[in-house]
Write a protein that binds this ligand. Structure first.
Ligand code: AMP
Ligand code: ZN
Length: 471
């Protein structure tokens, strides 16, 4: 079965065909963070979903070229800098840095390019695109000196969002003095400078001002990926007006179909509401790290539900993620032990060899629930087989090889590293106690290790120390 994705544009599952079907090159544009504050884990649900998409395409042999923009000038970034009393570039630099730290913690593969909207190269491109749109009657300068996109002149406007133009409401991302616009749905391409902008602004044929948020993405996407791209992603809140506007602007300039596949993830919710800065119901990554959760636990918690299903953030969910990872860790320890030992096979175990169910589930619109279902079912069965001495070293190795592939997408394996010194000391003391046949002491030390979240296992090669499941 070919790869297939739900395309927001058609509202249908479609077989995935990139433009470059033979070269297997896939271009992806993903809307990145607006750097006016530290991103919250709702934002990271979107970025983890995009990471899963990229990694699965790579597992399937595609060569992905991904661009993620950084929105470093818009109403929010300007307000945030003004409120902190520092220049815009200084304000956005700290949140950019925090963003890069956070994606590393979550093991998100960095995009190939992270263009920033304020780069003069892209500002020039935005101005060039706006000038073309004006020359074609698709944009106009209003009395307030701002330039707006004339949505009634673009026939396909509303197609992505499946929107009736008569229902258009003000979006909050446009200037408030809407009487200057011909239609309430017309959106700003270029915002004329006003006092609140301070020293932020660029010269343009329409006077000093700054770009609207939507044109930033159209310019950066086409500058780096060309007029047509394979996949464009974001959260569902990006569908309208942001992505609708991107289509209108880009296709208004190029006359070509901008994007083949539009993929949007559902929101991370808190008590049924979107996690967002404005509602104040958000957690940042450092908030969760302070509570003792690790990056891979947070990654797993954000990834384990299908991207098109809303995901409720709960502490129970975080703990379930921790338990699931503990089961995987334990399983890997057992598999490695089995792979090391030349076990005699007693019977024929079911699922003694892995199948391609995991990859096939992900081919099906990234069905992570089915993929993880297969993983945990396999863990149960192989564990049972190990208990009954029915899994031999070759089968254990086959599963370990399979895991390499699965983990190249999931990226949730615990990074091997030495245990902390206090754990190493307790482990050494326990080895000595066992050599001295002091079993009460050895049990006492095992409990101490347990309390620190570590497990001591006695194997024929001596004691092995691993993180305890669920710790
Ligand atoms: P922003 O910085 O607001 O432009 O958002 C960056 C990305 O995060 C966009 O793709 C949004 O759609 C996405 N996003 C924002 N809030 C959430 C949420 N609660 N759940 C999932 N994605 C979100
Ligand atoms: Zn965007």
């Amino acid at each position: 079965m070919p790869l297939r994705f739900f395309n927001t544009y058609s509202r249908q599952i479609e077989n995935f065909e990139p433009r470059d079907a033979t070269g297997r090159k896939v271009d992806i544009y993903t809307c990145g963070p607006t750097v006016y504050s530290r991103a919250h884990i709702g934002n990271f649900r979107a970025y983890v979903f995009e990471d899963l998409l990229q990694r699965h395409l790579e597992l399937r042999g595609y060569k992905v070229h991904r661009v993620m923009n950084i929105t470093d000038v818009d109403d929010k970034t300007i307000r945030s800098a003004r409120e902190s009393g520092i220049p815009l570039t200084e304000s956005t630099a700290q949140f950019k840095e925090a963003f890069f730290e956070d994606i590393e913690t979550l093991r998100i593969k960095p995009a190939d390019e992270f263009p920033a909207a304020t780069n003069q190269r892209y500002i020039d491109k935005m101005i060039e695109m706006i000038a073309i749109l004006i020359s074609r009657g698709l944009a106009y300068q209003a009395e307030d000196k701002s330039v707006y996109f004339r949505i009634n002149k673009f026939p396909g406007y509303g197609k992505l969002a499946h929107f009736d133009l008569t229902q258009l409401q003000s979006t909050g991302r446009v200037k408030h003095d809407e009487y200057d616009k011909e239609h309430i749905g017309d959106f700003a391409l270029w915002k004329a400078w006003d006092e609140e902008d301070g020293d932020v602004g660029w010269e343009s044929p329409w006077g000093r001002g700054r770009p609207g948020w939507h044109i930033e993405c159209s310019a950066m996407a086409t500058a780096l990926l060309g007029d047509e791209i394979d996949i464009h992603c974001g959260g569902v809140d990006n569908i309208f007006p942001h992505h609708e506007a991107e289509i209108a602007q880009t296709e208004g300039v190029t006359g070509k179909k901008f994007v083949r596949f539009w993929l949007h993830c559902a929101h991370l919710l808190v008590d049924g509401q979107k996690m967002s800065k404005s509602l104040g119901n958000f957690y940042t990554l450092p908030n969760l790290l302070e509570k003792g959760y690790t990056g891979r636990e947070i990654r797993y918690a954000l990834m384990r539900v299908h991207y098109r299903a809303p995901l409720n953030f709960t502490w129970d969910g975080m703990n379930e993620a921790r338990e699931s990872l503990g089961r995987i860790d334990d399983w890997l320890v057992r598999l490695r032990e089995t792979a090391d030992e030349e076990k005699k096979l007693v019977g024929t175990a079911q699922r003694a060899t892995p199948t391609s169910e995991f990859e096939e589930a992900l081919d099906d619109d990234l069905n992570i629930s089915a993929a993880l279902g297969f993983l945990f079912e396999s863990i149960r069965e192989t564990n049972r087989a190990i208990d009954r001495n029915e899994l031999d070293a070759a089968a254990a190795n086959a599963w370990l090889e399979w895991w390499q592939r699965a983990n190249s997408v999931l990226t949730i394996e615990e990074e091997a590293g030495p245990p902390p010194p206090e754990v190493a000391e307790l482990a050494e003391a326990r080895t000595q106690a066992r050599l001295a046949k002091d079993f009460p002491k050895s049990d006492e030390l095992r409990d101490k290790l347990n309390a620190l979240g570590w497990e001591a296992r006695d194997t024929k090669d001596g004691q092995k120390i691993t993180r305890r499941a669920g710790a």
